[in-house]
Design a protein around this ligand. Structure first.
Ligand SMILES: Nc1ncnc2c1ncn2[C@@H]1O[C@H](COP(=O)(O)OS(=O)(=O)O)[C@@H](OP(=O)(O)O)[C@H]1O
Length: 868
């Protein structure tokens, strides 16, 4: 496929312009970035690696920038549907983040719509390939330039690599010249540049710069001010010892030529300094609106204290070094102390010298912060008994008390992160009871990789924070055994992965192990170096605090992360390893009957349960037999709670098709997302009847249960209730009306599940011809053997519905709460509801046609024809 001329990645913003004054109301300026990209979505990963770098940066910005105002949801939704397909795999969070939404559009020659009424949509415009900007046709260029001038919007441009080498070529229309395809070294920054914010013009980044395709800028106009310089690589261009003038590799255009501010990069984002400068350019050109907060908090956990083979443990010298380094780091990072995690059982299990090291740690107990591991470093998910688990924890606590180790940090880390996520409820219970734990950290939520997507959640009042990896593991004790050697470690420290982790995460809890502080003491070197490097090259304010405080700060910064999203442990090999052997994904349901309420879900549930290959959950006494896990508070009880409804089946009946029916799932806001996270391959079954009829059935249901509102207000009064009506009345109105907005709810499910996994049953057909419905459903669910429902269901004249055949003369029907007798709906209500649901029904009609899998139900045709 031929790449389109221009592809666009859009970050829409909402900032209001006062057209008369042409002045931006800065407080309303929003995060808007448009990236004009030279290739389309199929090719962007190649080229300069720009796009993935860019997206990476934007995802951090989205996650951590506190200045992003929320865009109205409606607009985001519209945007998401367009972008989800191309990028859903790599960037789910980016796309679904509530703040600063993201849009990719493959455009032709035209620029995107830049304004909505008097609002500019984008705060910064980024050209992946500056050439595309320079070569725009006059009309579009004028349009874009005018937009930039009127709305004070800046441009970032990258000179893209090209085979053609330019020597002193003028950038079209600008008093600016470029030389390309150069190999450079020794980059430094202009300390006087107003663009620098997060970045500090620290030192010189000595050595060759990555890539051999750099561009440099030359100018003869006061509008231009270099932001970064570098030197020619002497090996390529011998200088005969003469000092060479620095070459401008990133340049700022103050806009004195044409009223537009720009920052132009002579290379992509492969060079670590450019990643920082890019953030600063975004911040500068967006008038501070696209800015990361500069505060960074760092905590370094030292796991496995007292654990470890002889020869890998700390000796007295190592403990001295630990304290000395801690003191030096505390001078750079206020509040810093190493956080030591201990397992008492292995105290004094080293060589004589190492045992002295253990003693030395205890003599200096007050110098450090402490937290508990497990007593014997055992993984909590291996415990099936709360008392045994608690007893082991108590041993560690007793050890701490005996040795004078503080026990009140409220923080603990589980060996190998076991039991934290996937959550082993026993661990949470035991932690609470024995240690009063309030905060922990893990690398595993939602997954170890990619590290930048690690998140936090709160479960059973315990804050679970993301934990970062620094590249040192238990066995990394000597520099020559560091994977890739010292150069690799230094690369990570000097602008690489470790450095960037701290740049992008406001709160960093690092995992290290006791063994990293013995032998070559790699952890001391690593952290002291990275902190110094950060202080040299950034203006980040580094501080430290105890875990509890970090937890509270974390969830203030990320309130959206409070609720956990339980994923499927079997989708991650690492999670399976830290999941109890007694738990199995086989017990999770393979399909869900999602409702909505009053459409015949109980009848369907009953019919399905007759099938020999199908099994449903155990009943939940709290919720009228339905589990109702994915909606409401049950979700916070955790996966273990849910799975208890699906016991491992006794031998002989194994392999039955497990399902669950909770009719409230259909319209639950969070349900599709949660269900998909746990059961992405599950099939979904929904039943639809006329929404007006459904609303009336619900009203009758509630009335029959003696609800005072339903008894005091007629159906018409309920559905007509205004927003100022008393809350219980509004609640009943909503429960009557909202589930019937079928298209809206179905769209939400279809945003997570492919349509092939969804079966829509016509509820009227279920009443009149359940045998055929069940036949079709068996095909959809691929159930075998096929169960002949005509032998098991027959119409019961007395009940007026199909019932289960017990014997020749006897049927077993649903109870009297299903298929109630009540007067028909009054005319006024029927008319009002027809109008009320008109748009929703049209949308449903459209959706069903689009899905194309089923004929349009007669009731929908009737509803639509009455209203038209
Ligand atoms: N076979 C059979 N027997 C009895 N009832 C049947 C059957 N098939 C469908 N229906 C219709 O199911 C309606 C109740 O729907 P639900 O079971 O989904 O209700 S609930 O949400 O679980 O309360 C119930 O609604 P009402 O008629 O308003 O009581 C019935 O119309």
């Amino acid at each position: 496929m031929k790449p389109q001329e221009v592809a666009l990645a859009l970050y829409p913003s909402q900032f209001t312009i006062s057209p008369s004054l042409k002045q931006i109301k800065l407080n309303q300026l929003g995060p808007g970035v448009v990236v004009l990209q030279q290739t389309d979505k199929h090719t962007f990963e190649h080229a300069s690696g720009f796009h993935s770098e860019f997206l990476l940066q934007m995802s951090f910005l989205q996650t951590h920038s506190q200045s992003f105002p929320e865009s109205p949801d409606r607009q985001n939704e519209a945007i998401f549907t367009e972008v989800e397909k191309p990028f859903s795999v790599t960037l789910p969070r980016l796309l679904k983040a509530k703040v600063c939404s993201y849009k990719i559009e493959v455009a032709g020659k035209n620029v995107p719509v830049l304004t909505i009424q008097d609002k500019g949509r984008y705060g910064v415009i980024v050209f992946e390939n500056l050439e595309k900007y320079l070569q725009m046709d006059n009309w579009n260029r004028q349009l874009l330039d005018k937009y930039c001038r009127d709305y004070s919007v800046g441009i970032i441009g990258f000179v893209a690599p090209s085979e053609e080498t330019l020597v002193g070529a003028q950038l079209r229309g600008f008093p600016l010249y470029v030389h390309t395809n150069l190999r450079l070294r020794d980059a430094s920054l202009n300390p006087g540049s107003p663009v620098l914010r997060l970045t500090r013009a620290g030192d010189t980044a000595w050595g060759p710069l990555p890539g051999g395709d750099w561009a440099i800028f030359q100018h003869n106009h006061s509008s231009y001010e270099p932001l970064e310089w570098a030197q020619r690589n002497n090996q390529d261009y011998p200088t005969d010892g003469l000092i060479q003038p620095p070459l401008a590799t990133v340049i700022q255009d103050h806009g004195r030529v044409d009223g537009i501010q720009r920052v132009l990069f002579g290379s992509g984002l492969r060079f670590w300094l450019h990643r920082l400068l890019f953030l600063d350019a975004l911040s500068y050109l967006s008038h501070g609106q696209l800015s990361l907060n500069l505060e960074r908090r760092i905590l370094i956990d030292v796991d496995d204290i007292f654990v470890g083979e002889k020869g890998t443990r700390l000796k007295p010298d190592d403990v001295h070094a630990l304290i000395a380094t801690q003191n030096r780091i505390a001078g750079l990072v206020p509040g810093f102390r190493f956080n030591l995690g201990f397992s008492g059982k292995y105290f004094h299990h080293g060589t004589h010298e190492e045992n002295l090291g253990d003693d030395m740690l205890l003599r200096n107990v007050d110098q450090f912060n402490w937290f508990s591991h497990m007593w014997n470093h055992q993984q909590p998910h291996l415990y099936d008994n709360l008392t045994t688990l608690m007893n082991d924890m108590i041993l560690n606590k007793d050890f701490a008390n005996e040795k004078g180790i503080p026990t009140d940090s409220g923080y603990s880390v589980s060996p190998h992160h076991s039991g934290v996520y996937p959550a082993h409820e026993l661990l949470y219970m035991a932690w609470k009871k024995v240690w009063n734990i309030r905060v922990t950290s893990t690398e595993e939520y939602p997954h170890l990789r990619p590290a930048r997507l690690r998140r936090g959640f709160i479960h059973r009042n315990i804050m679970v924070l993301p934990r970062q990896t620094c590249g040192l593991f238990t066995h990394t004790m000597y520099i020559d055994r560091y994977p890739g050697g010292r150069d690799k470690l230094d690369e990570s420290i000097q602008g690489g992965e470790l450095f960037q982790t701290i740049v992008y995460n406001p709160i960093n809890i690092f995992m290290t192990h006791m063994s990293n502080y013995g032998s070559d003491r790699l952890a001391l070197y690593t952290f002291e170096s990275v902190i110094k490097f950060l202080r040299c090259w950034t203006n980040l304010k580094l501080t430290s605090a105890p875990p509890l405080l970090l937890g509270e700060t974390y969830f203030k910064l990320h309130p959206d992360e409070t609720d956990p999203v339980w994923g499927n442990p079997c989708d991650d090999q690492r999670h399976i390893k830290i999941w109890s052997r007694n738990k199995s994904c086989d017990t999770l349901p393979k399909f869900l009957v999602i409702g909505p309420q009053k459409t015949g879900t109980t009848a369907l549930y009953t019919f399905l349960s007759l099938h020999p290959s199908v099994a449903s959950n155990l009943p939940n006494p709290d919720t009228f037999e339905e589990i109702q896990f994915f909606n409401g508070n049950n979700y916070y009880r955790g996966l273990d709670w849910y799975q208890n409804f699906f016991p491992v089946q006794p031998n002989g009946t194994g392999g039955r098709y497990m399902f669950e029916k909770s009719a409230t799932y259909f319209d639950g806001e969070l349900v599709p997302k949660r269900a998909h996270a746990l059961l992405p391959h599950a099939k979904l079954v929904t039943i639809l009847i006329s929404p007006a009829k459904r609303a009336y059935s619900w009203y009758q249901h509630i009335k029959a249960h003696g609800d005072p509102i339903a008894n005091n207000y007629s159906f018409f009064q309920v559905i007509m209730a205004s927003d100022s009506a008393p809350k219980p009345l509004r609640d009943l109105r909503n429960r009557c009306l909202n589930p019937g907005k079928y298209a809206q709810h179905l769209e939400r499910w279809l945003a997570y599940y492919p349509q092939q996994q969804l079966q829509i049953i016509d509820g009227e057909q279920l009443k009149s011809n359940p045998v055929e419905v069940m036949m079709e459903l068996q095909r959809f669910l691929k159930l075998s053997p096929t169960f002949d429902y005509s032998e098991h269901l027959r119409f019961d004249n007395k009940k007026g519905f199909y019932c289960q055949i017990v014997n020749e003369n006897k049927n077993k029907c649903l109870g009297k709460s299903k298929g109630r007798q009540y007067p028909p709906m009054d005319e006024k209500s029927a008319k009002w509801l027809q109008r009320y649901y008109q748009n929703h029904n049209s949308a449903l009609n459209k959706l069903l046609k689009k899905l194309g899998s089923r004929p349009i139900p007669q009731w929908l045709k009737d509803d639509l024809s009455t209203t038209s």
